[in-house]
Design a protein around this ligand. Sequence first.
Ligand code: ADP
Length: 202
Amino acid sequence: MSDLVIGLTGGIGSGKTTIANMFAEYGVDIIDADIVAREVVAIGSVALAQIAEHFGKDFLLADGNLDRTKLRHRVFANEQDKQWLNALLHPLIRDTMQQQCEAAKSPYCFLVAPLLIENGINKSVDKVLVVDVLPETQISRTVKRDNNTVEQVQKILDAQVTREKRLAHADFVVDNNGTDIELLKPQIEDLHRQFIKLLANK
Ligand code: ADP
């Protein structure tokens, strides 16, 4: 288990994945909530079988994988279904992330979660690193990355905590308003040094 677990968060399109990948180059283990959320419903999982039983087999794609789009639409339209799904998946995702944190071998590790604060995961990490960007930057990068409309991305932003609230939970901040990914490197290097120093003083 790593001696220091750092929660990495930021709104959609803020640059979490980009930044986590840069830390991975330093050999830092990355536990990603989005990846875990897919793993727990992989083909052969108990959760996938439970979903198919509850919602019907037509929520599976021809290859046996979960039809995420269909399920997303269903739970978006029905609060009870949403609660059922969350009650099934949230504890599973939380436990799996915990197991992966325990298996992490690097001196410190990252737990990357877009909804770190919204879901209270910030309480179970040692420090919080927030990727900070202006909402307009978030929107333009996400529109470009996902081929979505501004309205669709704005809706996702509205469902997440505000920039101010997220920053209020930050122990460390990466400023990703720059237009060049290369500009992040000195910040990442500096943070890596600070984390190593924190470990030495633990
Ligand atoms: P998140 O994981 O927070 O949703 P990503 O790391 O996927 O965000 O970044 C969103 C998009 O913006 C990606 O296409 C990424 O390549 C791009 N991006 C991230 N940071 C920068 C930057 N500083 N300059 C330009 N593009 C960036």
